[in-house]
Design a binder for this molecule. Structure first.
Ligand code: SF4
Length: 563
């Protein structure tokens, strides 16, 4: 049911328009639900009026096409939320907290104008709300609002503007993931409070750590959506990539080991780090060996992708934990037989991850060919015209990096103007929904062809359910051409020879970046097994196919809980 029979583009069903009697009953139901909450001991409730949900649908002309007293003028359209807040106040008394979550920016065509939003804020305040929480963007908005490419604090300009309209406290939300940023928003008068959700999945001790001045110990939410929203929208349990224990606290409880063992962990990527930290938390003596000069593994690549800079925070978190727990960390060379023999280890964990799979076509050793690791870590070597072979998550990451005019940025100095201008957010808020006319031609630093063997229609299908669309649009708006049904024939001085849809062609490119999957980097397995001790393989060493950090970190933690 909805104000009018208007189907959302993200919902397969067309709703039925509510009758007048049903609207009145709905107001009553909000009041009853709040009264029950009070009876159950709650100090307050939040009335959800944002993100394109029911009350927000009434306020926007886009979805409210009614001609009765609940639609038409902006005043009629905001009548329902105002009456709901009033009924909750009446049913729950004057000393009950009512927060109203208002949609500050709808970010959809036909969304509310700034005067409509300001008037709604004033009316719900007059109707009895004590606090205004703020929501940004409808679910069907084509502007990302919480995913990793959204700069920290991207929408606080609008929240500050709302704060000037009302006397009650205004709460900032969306992509606030550090206490320092929250503190700054309040100190600079941009908001009175902040609300966090995902950061508390990533670290349930966020508040305690912030309050005790230990913010560097916080396991930071990196905006990936991969285990929280992706799971929620596919019917799976909401949890967190960087904290697999979220919502599974009993299953992942850290129980002291019955016998302290000496454990060697080979590989300092996400799986190895999670395993080493959890094993040490259980009381085992742990040594971690990483062949690279630093810990981080695939996260050291991810943090170089524009929009994924926060992945460095996970490395910082693990580094601090290793240090606090006294884990011996050896970086810069793989563990040798002598290391493993002299360490007196009871068990060995091999978490050495994956290596890029080579392309099996004639000319694959041509100087123009690079692995994705080489392209990400040495962009200066990449030419002006590039073919990316493989359009999975890594192919899209490489396309994002190589097409981006500036590369990764410092997340503590977010480029909010640049982000807003590219995604069409109207910082002056003169347009309905704060949406500027679409700009689908972003600047790009290279000409890029993204290729895959699968059909064109499946481009982006392997990306995150709740943010993959934004990754796809970023690459498309930077002019990356996407070609499916590709057969790779050969590589020579003329470029990459392919057949696309059965038609032969030569892409005259300077660089060919291979993102054609990964294989297990399992060289250390036979070394570990030669010692005759129990050996465990986790993460990409165990199963390189469809490896992602959610599985890698969970694998590491699960194994450590069983040691
Ligand atoms: Fe944050 Fe990713 Fe964890 Fe979700 S899964 S809470 S976005 S770190």
């Amino acid at each position: 049911m909805a104000p009018s029979a208007v189907r959302s583009r993200i919902n397969p069903l067309t709703p039925r328009a509510l009758g007048e009697d049903e609207i009145l009953q709905t107001i009553e139901d909000f009041g009853t639900a709040a009264a029950l909450a009070r009876e159950a001991g709650y100090d307050g409730v939040e009335v959800m009026g944002s993100e394109g949900y029911f009350l927000n649908q009434f306020t926007a002309a886009r979805t409210n096409q009614r001609t009765d007293s609940w639609g038409g003028s902006a005043e009629n359209r905001r009548r329902l939320p105002v009456e709901v807040v009033g009924r909750v106040r009446k049913r729950c008394g004057p000393d009950f907290i009512i927060a109203y979550r208002i949609s500050v920016l709808d970010l959809v065509e036909g969304g509310n104008s700034w005067p409509d939003v300001a008037a709604l804020a004033k009316d719900v305040e007059a109707s009895g709300a004590n606090i205004l929480n703020t929501g940004i963007g409808w679910h069907e908005s084509r502007v990302p609002t919480i995913a990793h490419m959204v700069p920290r604090g991207a929408f606080t300009w609008a929240i500050k503007r709302l704060k000037a309209e009302v006397a009650i406290p205004v709460v900032a939300s969306n992509r606030i993931n550090t206490p320092e940023q929250a503190e700054q928003l309040i100190a600079h008068g941009q908001a009175d409070m902040v609300s966090l959700a995902r950061p508390l999945l990533a670290d349930p001790d966020f508040v305690a750590k912030a309050a005790s001045g230990a913010s560097s110990k916080i396991n930071t939410c990196i905006g990936c959506n991969q285990a929280c929203l992706d799971n929620a929208f596919t019917g799976r349990l909401t949890t967190c990539m960087v904290n697999p224990a979220a919502c599974r606290e009993v299953e992942f409880k850290i129980v002291p080991a019955t016998r302290g063992k000496c454990i060697a962990v080979l590989g300092g990527g996400p799986a190895g780090l999670a395993c080493a930290v959890t094993a040490a938390e259980r009381g085992h003596k742990v040594a971690l060996f990483e062949a690279d000069i630093d810990i981080g593994g695939q996260f050291n690549l991810a943090r170089r992708i524009p929009g994924k800079e926060d992945y460095a925070e996970t490395i910082r978190y693990f580094r601090n934990r290793l240090d606090e727990l006294g884990v011996e960390v050896h970086c810069g060379r793989p563990a040798s037989l002598a290391d493993l023999e002299s360490g007196g280890f009871d068990e060995i964990v091999v978490a050495t991850g994956v290596r890029p799979r080579h392309l099996d076509v004639p000319g694959a050793d041509h100087p123009s060919v690079m692995t994705y690791v080489e392209a990400i870590t040495d962009t200066a070597r990449v030419g002006a015209e590039v073919a990316i072979v493989g359009a999975g998550g890594i192919g899209f990451d490489v396309a994002t990096l190589l097409s981006h005019p500036h590369g990764p940025h410092d997340p503590s100095h977010p480029d909010i103007e640049g982000f807003s201008s590219e995604w069409g957010i109207d910082l002056s808020y003169t347009q309905p929904g704060a949406l500027l006319p679409a700009n689908h031609q972003w600047s790009s630093s290279r000409k890029i062809h993204l290729l895959q063997r699968k059909p064109r229609a499946s481009f982006g299908a392997s990306l995150s359910k709740t943010r993959g669309w934004a990754n796809f649009l970023e690459v498309m708006f930077r002019g990356v051409t996407m070609t499916g049904d590709v057969t790779y024939r050969k590589i020579d001085d003329a470029g990459l020879h392919i057949e696309a849809g059965g038609k032969p062609q030569t892409l005259k490119v300077d660089t060919i970046v291979v993102c054609a999957g990964q294989e297990s980097a399992d060289d250390a397995l036979s070394l570990a097994r030669s010692l005759g001790k129990p050996v465990h393989a986790i993460g990409g060493v165990d199963k390189p196919q469809q490896l992602d950090a959610v599985r890698a970190i969970e694998d590491g933690m699960r194994l450590a809980l069983s040691l």
